[in-house]
Structures are given as C-alpha cells and as structure tokens.
Design a protein. Structure first.
Length: 283
C-alpha cells in the first residue's frame, strides 16, 4: 500500500453498505487494495466473505427513474432525475416532472443526455426547467443518467416506486413477445443478471470471477496440498455455477422456478430471444 493513501471512515462505511462486511474487514480490504474500491470488493470475496453486491453500479442517492418505450415499441429509454432527499423523490409533482421530461425524450427520439438537456419542455429547455425546480424546491436536482435501446421490440418496466428501470430488447415484435419481455424485465429487476447468456459475459468479468473462485479454493484449509489440476477442475465448476446464477437465460424463471428463463421464452415462441437488456437503479 502507498504510504500516502489515507482510508477514511466514509470510504469504509461505503464499502460496508455495498458488501455487508464488517467494519474491520472493510478497513483491511481498503488498506490492502490501496484504497481501490473494486479491488477491495474482490479482496473480501477472495477471503471468503459473502459480499452483498457483485458490482458497485449505484449512482444516485435519491430521485426517480422513468423507463418508457415509443408507441411502436422499437425504442426504449430510461432517465434518472436525481435529487437529495427521499421526501422530494416521493413527491407526486416531482415524479410528474420526471415523466414530462421522458415525454419530451420520447417525442423527440432523443439519442443522448446532452440532447435531452437541450430539448424544449413547454417554453424553455429541459435544463432551464430543472433549474426552476432547484430554485423552487431548494435541492440539487439533475439528470444523471440516460439510456436508449433500439431493437425489433423493446419492453420496459419500472420497479419499486420509480427506484429502478429495466429495458429488454427482443427479436420479435408481437403482443406475446412484448408480454414475455415485460415478465423478463421483472426477472431482471429481481435477479440482477450480469449478461444475457454466458457468451455475453465479458472476458474481463470471466477472468475476475475465475481468479476469485480459485483463490477461495486455495484459501480453504481442506484444499491444502491438493494438486493444481484438482483446483482448476473445481474452479471451472464454480465458474459454471456463477454463469447459471448470474446470466439471464440460465436463471430459474422467478414466476415458475421449474424452468429457466430461456425455457420460458421458448414456450412462448420457439424463436423468441432476448438480444440485450439495461437495468438502472437508485442506490
């Protein structure tokens, strides 16, 4: 560790909130990782800690997330309108304001955050309208995230009082496909998969998980002195279990755990496939 790196109580607390690990464990993880948050999470997992979150992708403390599709269901958008307090986030006028921004985005087929900020809402830009809300409410308010998805069909889902939004891209645009897409969006909200299937998992994540499970095995006293071939075989088994638990198509379908999500899709339409998905949540 660098002698100039200082680990603060706030950093320790943040790691505790994300992982659920103890204070001293979190402090040691940050020290050993030179203050790098992601490396600290890996350190805890390698030491056998049951970490509560695989990824630290939470962005905004409070606010609302709106997910919506165009009338032809070929484009889906997600926006996050962030604020400082839960009180404001739950205010009906604030939610309505966020929805009005989404309506502008849908109407104008906006492609990115900057374009949305400059779009007209009534008689002013979205940015100016947000500044009006800041002056009115007295809190920092800003658009912090914009996601767009284009596909043959896109299903959208908003979960938990506007605290999470999901888009699911499908290869078929039928009523049955869209209904299945909404069901899959609820699955994604609940189970937070890392990718559509094993082939879509990034090489970096695969290498990271393999390194973690290998170190977990080596740190197990029962594995002391075991040959590398055995450790490699067990690691591959654990990696396959990771794919089954964390990739969408292989996960048990929440509404009917007797079949996987992939099997459910095939029961709706043998050719129906999820092409991509996006999941945004408040932390």
């Amino acid at each position: 560790m660098s002698t100039t790196t200082t680990i603060t109580a706030a950093e320790i607390n943040k790691l505790r909130q994300v992982t659920g690990a103890g204070m001293m464990d979190c402090r040691k993880a940050l020290v050993e990782s030179d203050g790098d948050f992601e490396k600290a999470i890996d350190y805890l997992r390698k030491k056998g800690q049951k970490v509560a979150a695989l990824r630290s992708d939470r962005e905004a403390k409070e606010g609302v997330i709106i997910a919506k599709t165009t009338n032809d269901n070929k484009t889906g958008l997600i926006i996050t309108l962030a604020c400082e307090t839960d009180f404001v986030a739950k205010n009906a006028e604030f939610v309505a304001f966020a929805k009005s921004i989404m309506d502008v985005a849908i109407k104008n087929q906006v492609k990115n955050l900057e374009e949305l900020q400059g779009s007209k809402l009534e008689n002013a830009s979205v940015t100016d309208k947000i500044n009006d809300q800041v002056a009115k409410i007295g809190e920092k308010i800003q658009l912090t995230r914009f996601e767009r998805m284009d596909a043959e069909a896109v299903a959208s889902y908003v979960h938990g009082a506007y605290r999470m939004g999901v888009l699911v891209g499908l290869n078929k645009n039928t009523a049955q496909a869209l209904e299945a897409g909404r069901e899959v969006a609820m699955q994604i909200a609940a189970m937070n998969p890392v990718a559509v299937d094993q082939d879509a998992v990034s090489p970096e994540m695969i290498e990271r998980e393999k390194s973690i499970v290998t170190d977990q095995i080596k740190n197990d006293p029962k594995m002391a002195g075991k040959p590398d071939e055995m450790i490699e075989k067990i690691a591959i088994g654990k990696l396959n279990a990771f794919f089954k638990e964390n990739t969408l198509i292989a996960q048990p379908f929440v509404k009917d755990p007797s079949k996987t999500v992939g099997e459910h899709l095939r029961s709706v339409d043998p050719g129906l496939k999820v092409i991509q998905f996006k999941r945004v949540q408040l932390g």
